[in-house]
Design a protein around this ligand. Structure first.
Ligand code: ATP
Ligand code: MG
Length: 216
C-alpha cells in the first residue's frame, strides 16, 4: 500500500513476543520538551478509561510543526526525560520509534510501524484538544483516522472545535493547566518545577545540563 512506502525498511517488527501480544495500544505523541504532569496524568487516565494494555509516549524526532519556531531539545535528551518520567509506571512506556525512523515525525507513519510491532492490537491515537483541533493540518490525517481510534482529552482553556466527521473517544482527565512552554519559562526564571515534572526527569535535566539552569 502506498502509505507503507514512507516507512524506512530499517523498521522491523518488535521481536519481543510479550510486548507484541498487547491488544489495545495507545499512541500518545509529543515533543515532550519537557514531559510534565499533564502528559502523565493524561496517559494513565486514558489507559484506565479505555482499558488499554499500553500507552506509548512517543517522542517526536523532528516535530515539524514546531521546527524553526524555537530551539528544540535534542530527540535523544527528550527520550531520556520521557523514559525517566515513566519508569516504574505500569502500562506506560517511552517510544523511540519516531527517532529510529528519522526525519520529520508523522503519526501516519508511526501507526504503520506500530501495526507491524503489534499486529493484533487495536491502536488508539491520543491527543489533547489543541492537537485534535489541528488534525486537518497533519500529514496524511486520513490515514491516522482510518488506522486508529481517535482519543481526545480536554486541556484548560477555551473549548475547541473538532472535526465532526471523526468518531472521537472523549476521555475526561483532570484539567491541569501546565504546558512544556510554561515549564521552559519556569526554568529560565528560576521558579520551582517540583511536582510539575517528576524527580527522575529533573535528575536527567540536571545530569544532561538541559534548559541551561540548575533545577534545584
Ligand atoms: P508545548 O507547550 O511545547 O507545545 P505541550 O505541553 O503542549 O508543549 P506537547 O509535547 O506539545 O506538550 O504535547 C503532546 C501532547 O500532549 C499533545 O497532544 C498535547 O495536546 C498533550 N498535552 C500537553 N499538555 C497537556 C495537558 N496539560 N493536559 C492534557 N494534554 C496535554
Ligand atoms: Mg503542545
Amino acid at each position: 500500500m502506498a502509505w507503507f512506502s514512507c516507512v524506512s525498511l530499517r523498521t522491523v517488527p518488535n521481536p519481543n513476543a510479550e510486548v507484541s501480544a498487547q491488544r489495545r495500544v495507545g499512541l500518545f505523541g509529543g515533543t515532550f520538551d519537557p514531559p510534565h504532569v499533564g502528559h502523565l496524568v493524561t496517559a494513565v487516565n486514558v489507559r484506565h478509561a479505555l482499558d488499554l494494555d499500553l500507552v506509548i509516549l512517543m517522542v517526536a524526532n523532528v516535530p515539524w510543526q514546531k521546527d524553526g519556531t524555537r530551539d528544540i531539545t535534542s530527540a535523544d535528551d527528550r527520550l531520556a526525560m520521557v523514559t525517566a518520567a515513566v519508569e516504574r509506571v505500569p502500562g506506560l512506556v517511552a517510544g523511540r520509534q519516531e527517532i529510529d525512523l528519522g526525519g520529520n515525525s508523522y503519526t501516519a507513519d508511526t501507526l504503520v510501524v506500530l501495526g507491524m510491532e503489534y499486529p493484533d492490537a487495536e491502536l488508539f491515537t491520543i491527543v489533547g484538544d489543541d492537537a485534535a483541533a489541528n488534525l486537518h493540518t497533519w500529514e496524511r490525517s486520513d490515514d491516522v483516522v482510518n488506522n486508529s481510534h481517535m482519543v481526545v482529552v480536554d486541556r484548560p482553556g477555551a473549548p475547541v472545535e473538532l472535526d465532526d466527521q471523526v468518531d472521537w473517544f472523549h476521555v475526561e482527565v483532570p484539567h491541569l493547566d501546565v504546558s512544556s512552554t510554561d515549564l521552559r519559562a519556569r526554568f529560565s526564571d528560576g521558579r520551582p518545577l517540583d511536582y510539575l515534572v517528576t524527580n527522575a526527569t529533573l535528575d536527567v535535566i540536571e545530569q544532561r545540563g538541559l534548559y541551561q539552569v540548575a533545577v534545584r
